[in-house]
Design a protein. Structure first.
Length: 342
C-alpha cells in the first residue's frame, strides 16, 4: 500500500501560509504626513546606533535599500507580493502609502505633485541613513521617482520608473483632461448612483485596467481597489482629483536634470499608459536603460511579483556596485526587449 500524499500548504506571497508574514507594518511621519509603512529587511531603528558604530558601518560596503511607490488610487499593499519575494532574497525594502491614499493622511488643498515630492524625498532620506537607496515607482509612483531623480540633493543610487504617464497621448489623458464632459455628466446625474452599483462596476473595470489578463486577477487585490470607490460621492471626488493630477503632468518633468542610473519599464498590455510612453522616456534620458515586457499590464508588480522582485534586485545591486545597473538575463527572452542607450 502506498502512502497518500499530503496536500501542499497554501502559498501566500510566494511562501507557505504557515510561515510568519515577513512584512512588518508600522506608522511613521514623512514631511509631516502620518502614513503606513510596509517593510522587509533590517528595521530603520538600526539608524539610531551610536555614532562610532555608524561610522564603522559606513566604511563597509552597504547593501542597497529599495523604496517602492504605488500609483494613483492604490496603496502600499500593491507591493506586498514583491516585498515577500524581496524578503526571501534578503533584500531590504519599504513601501509606503502616499498622502491621500491607503492609510495615509489626506493631501492638502492645492497642487498635488509638490506635496508628494516632499513626502517621497523624506522617505528616501530616512532610508539613506542605512544604505544606498534605489527608488522604484509604478504609474504615479513612476512619475514621483523621475521627479526625485531630478533633484540633485537627494541621495539616490538609482531609479526605476514603471509605466509613468505624461510622455505620449493616451485615451486616459484625453478622457480625463481634454474631454471632462463624462466627468461633468457623472457629477450632474439627478440621482446619485447607488453604492452597490458603483462597486459592481469597479469590480469589473479594475481587473481589466490593471492586469495584463483580467482572468488572472487576484480577488483580494481587486477587492482592495474596489473599496476605494464605496459610493457615488467618493467616486466623483476621485475623478476630479485625477483630472487635477493629469493637468499637473503637463509640466511635471525636467529630464535633462536626471543624472542617476535610470531603468525605464514599459508594459505591452498596459491599457492606461502605452509602452510608447516608456520608449519616449528612454529617448529623452540618453543614459537610461529600457525594458519592454509585452506580457505585462499596467501593474506588473501584480502580474508577476517574482520577476519584478528579481528585476529590482539586479538593478539595485548593479546601480550600487558600478553606477550603471545591469538587467538580469532572465528578462531578455522573446517577451522582453532590453535596450541600452547608444
Amino acid at each position: 500500500m502506498t502512502a497518500s500524499k499530503r496536500p501542499a500548504p497554501a502559498v501566500r506571497g510566494g511562501r507557505p501560509s504557515s510561515e510568519p508574514d515577513p512584512v512588518r507594518v508600522s506608522f511613521r511621519r514623512f514631511a509631516g504626513v502620518r502614513t503606513r509603512v510596509l517593510e522587509v529587511g533590517p528595521p530603520v531603528a538600526e539608524a539610531e546606533a551610536p555614532k562610532r558604530s555608524r561610522r564603522r558601518a559606513i566604511e563597509k560596503p552597504r547593501a542597497p535599500r529599495l523604496v517602492l511607490l504605488h500609483g494613483y488610487c492604490d496603496s502600499a499593499d500593491t507591493w506586498r507580493p514583491v516585498l515577500a519575494e524581496l524578503a526571501a532574497a534578503g533584500i531590504a525594502a519599504v513601501a509606503v502609502d502616499l498622502p491621500g491614499f491607503g492609510d495615509a493622511q489626506p493631501l492638502r488643498p492645492g497642487p498635488m505633485l509638490p506635496q508628494l515630492d516632499a513626502f517621497a524625498a523624506a522617505v528616501v532620506r530616512e532610508q539613506a541613513v542605512l544604505g544606498p537607496v534605489v527608488l522604484a515607482g509604478n504609474s504615479l509612483g513612476g512619475t514621483l521617482s523621475l521627479r526625485a531623480a531630478q533633484n540633485p540633493r537627494l541621495p539616490l543610487a538609482g531609479v526605476v520608473s514603471i509605466a509613468a504617464p505624461g510622455f505620449v497621448d493616451s485615451w486616459l489623458v484625453r478622457t480625463v483632461a481634454r474631454n471632462p464632459l463624462p466627468l461633468r455628466l457623472y457629477s450632474a446625474l439627478p440621482l446619485p448612483v447607488p453604492g452597490f452599483l458603483v462597486r459592481a462596476v469597479a469590480e469589473q473595470v479594475v481587473p481589466r485596467l490593471l492586469y495584463a489578463d483580467a482572468g488572472t486577477a487576484d480577488a483580494g487585490q481587486v477587492a482592495r481597489f474596489t473599496t476605494l470607490f464605496p459610493d457615488y460621492r467618493a467616486t466623483t471626488s476621485r475623478l476630479e482629483q485625477a483630472r487635477q493630477l493629469v493637468a499637473e503632468l503637463a509640466d511635471a518633468y525636467q529630464l535633462d536634470r536626471v543624472q542617476t542610473p535610470l531603468l525605464v519599464v514599459a508594459c505591452g498590455k498596459d491599457k492606461l499608459v502605452s509602452s510608447a510612453a516608456g520608449r519616449r522616456l528612454h529617448t529623452l534620458v540618453p543614459h537610461s536603460r529600457l525594458l519592454v515586457r509585452e506580457d505585462w499590464g499596467h501593474c506588473p508588480q501584480l502580474d508577476d511579483p517574482a520577476e519584478i522582485a528579481e528585476l529590482l534586485s539586479f538593478f539595485a545591486a548593479g546601480a550600487v556596485r558600478t553606477g550603471d545597473a545591469k538587467l538580469p538575463a532572465r528578462v531578455t527572452g522573446p517577451a522582453a526587449e532590453d535596450t541600452a542607450a547608444g
